[in-house]
Write a new protein. Structure first.
Length: 264
């Protein structure tokens, strides 16, 4: 029943109606994740086994459908760099390079593929992305608070609690600075809470609140695994653009949250 909820997601439904490659990319990404989880379960860090090969092949196929899966490729490569023997990692990198050759060929013959909507306007990216991710995180944490409060009471020691508080304080300052230069075209993308904030309140206050909540929850998750922090930063900065759509994160972020991120 839980796995079937994907069929209710707007991104899945409109992609199916329009026969978009979005769903094809999701299938390849799930197959890639399945291979990755099998590899983690085996704990075979000395050889380039079949599960690693399948992981990068299926993820490459997902990437050729939707280019933003490149950021998840970086995450997997970081994990492999940390756990594999150096000689094995070098072999894997060479294999990944081979998988990238068709991409280089496409760019060489059609240079316009390099033209994108990427923008270095990071204040917009930080606020919009954290607000979009809060759309998925707030319900999850809300039900955890209702049903399993002990998770939050036992999760961190005093040292981590201090780090968490300092991190939240520092990031909130960054968010406040970002608010002063926020200038996003709300008519195109921006996520659910941005639209809701303008529709019901005719201001950005609800949107800003969800950005703050999303940031706090992402920091909380990052305390359990530094690799999660790396992945969240990739989401925020690598997908920075003039237009940021919620479809970039749905259902990909939920797959990542429940299958890849190491969290209690």
């Amino acid at each position: 029943l839980f796995a079937s909820l994907i069929f209710l997601m707007p991104a899945y439904r409109y992609s199916a109606i329009w026969t978009s490659d979005h769903n094809t990319a999701s299938i390849f990404f799930l197959l890639s994740t399945l291979s990755f989880l099998r590899w983690e379960k085996e704990k075979n860090y000395n050889t380039l086994n079949l599960n690693i090969i399948l992981n990068v092949i299926f993820l490459a196929l997902a990437l050729y459908c939707r280019q933003y899966y490149a950021i998840i490729f970086l995450y997997f490569m970081l994990v492999y760099f940390q756990k594999l023997k150096l000689s094995t990692f070098i072999k894997l990198s060479a294999f990944v390079f081979l998988l990238a050759i068709p991409g280089f060929w496409l760019v060489f013959h059609q240079i316009s593929l390099l033209i994108s909507i990427y923008s270095s306007d990071y204040p917009n990216s930080i606020l919009v992305t954290t607000s979009i991710l809060s759309f998925y995180l707030i319900p999850i944490f809300f039900f955890l608070l209702l049903n399993e409060k002990e998770i939050f009471l036992k999760l961190h020691n005093d040292k981590k609690n201090k780090i968490y508080l300092y991190s939240c304080f520092s990031v909130l300052i960054v968010l406040l600075i970002s608010l002063t230069s926020f200038d996003y075209n709300y008519k195109i993308g921006g996520g659910f809470f941005l639209k809701l904030s303008l529709l019901f309140f005719n201001n950005y206050f609800l949107f800003y609140l969800t950005s703050i909540l999303g940031t706090i929850l992402l920091i909380y998750l990052s305390l359990e695994d530094k690799n999660s922090l790396f992945l969240f930063l990739l989401f925020i900065f690598a997908l920075s653009g003039y237009y940021i759509f919620q479809k970039y994160y749905e259902p990909t972020f939920l797959f990542i949250f429940f299958l890849i991120i190491n969290s209690k």
